[in-house]
Design a protein around this ligand. Structure first.
Ligand code: UDP
Ligand code: MG
Length: 274
């Protein structure tokens, strides 16, 4: 059995309907990994209920290359759960999380890895620019990270996805975190350790279309906000106080009205309102 001693880098790739991207992705991953750590790497694909030919391609890759493993979900569970399943099974001394659509350039893994050797446990890749994404997507993403930053005490880096390298120590901690609604980029900020980043230009998706519908994006944003901020809870408390305050004033007013103008309303009105 291969263990952590042998594997320098595990690469975790969540896959949802990526049939046109998997072979080019494998080629670029294998070549950068070979030149960075020789043969001591593994690539762990997590098929998140794809409806296209992704699984068949992963099967073939797995049978052709010893370094390729895959997990197959029974249905589409979502990106964060897929990444976490990969982290649960990765055996490397460090783990890279990367998208399957080649928006995160695999060649950057060499830089992430070398930066880590300088003594960091987390090196994330921060987007300098992002290509080929709609104005609405860029705007909502920008807004979301700014809002999240302003209401949370955890320093979650802005304009950063899950593309990063993390040490197995960090993976061990993530495995112990009980969150049902994962927000990994926030959790990784929260756990501490020495962290840094490098900048990159985000490419267009190679083929296919985004698996992140607006519905999934909103759910993800809400998970981030509710997991990393008590602002919504405080807002609800404050709203409760404000409403009770005005209700109380109205109660007093009703009582006064009942005493001062006893004939102004039908019988039982005051007691009912109070
Ligand atoms: N993905 C996934 N499950 C989903 C949606 C997406 O595993 O339900 C994967 C997808 O295959 C890709 C990564 O998560 O590797 C990022 O998704 P996508 O490129 O669709 O998101 P975007 O880049 O548009 O935000
Ligand atoms: Mg993408």
């Amino acid at each position: 059995m291969t263990g952590r001693q042998d594997i320098q880098i595990s690469v975790v790739v969540p896959v949802y309907n990526e049939e046109s991207n998997l072979l080019p992705l494998y080629g670029r991953l294998a070549s950068v990994l070979k030149s960075t750590v020789g043969e001591s790497y593994e690539i762990l694909f997590v098929n998140d209920g794809s409806q296209d030919q992704s699984l068949e391609i992963l099967r073939t890759l797995g049978s052709q290359h010893a370094a390729v493993r895959y997990i197959d979900f029974s249905r589409n569970f979502g990106h964060q759960i897929a990444v976490m399943a990969g982290l649960d099974h990765a055996v490397g001394q460090s783990v890279v999380i990367i998208d399957a659509d080649l928006q995160d350039p695999p060649e950057l893994i060499a830089d992430l890895y070398h930066k880590m050797q300088e003594g960091f446990e987390v090196v994330y890749a921060k987007r300098r620019t992002r290509k080929g994404e709609s104005v609405i997507k860029k705007l909502t993403a920008r807004l979301f990270y700014r809002i999240l930053q302003s209401i949370t005490s955890v320093a979650i880096p802005v304009d950063t996805g899950d593309f990063r390298i993390i040490h197995s120590k960090v993976v061990d901690v993530l495995r112990q975190m009980p969150e049902q609604h994962k927000f990994l980029r926030g959790q990784i900020s929260w756990v501490g350790f020495r962290q840094t980043h490098i900048l990159y230009d985000r490419d267009e998706r190679l083929g296919g279309s985004t698996g992140y519908t607006y519905r999934k994006m909103i759910r993800f944003a809400l998970d981030g906000i509710t997991s990393f901020s008590d602002f919504p809870l405080k807002l609800a408390t404050l709203a409760g106080f404000v409403v009770s305050f005005f209700a109380f004033l109205y109660m007093i007013w009703t009582l006064i009205a009942r005493i001062v103008w006893p004939e102004s309303h039908v019988q039982g009105w005051a007691s009912l309102i109070i």
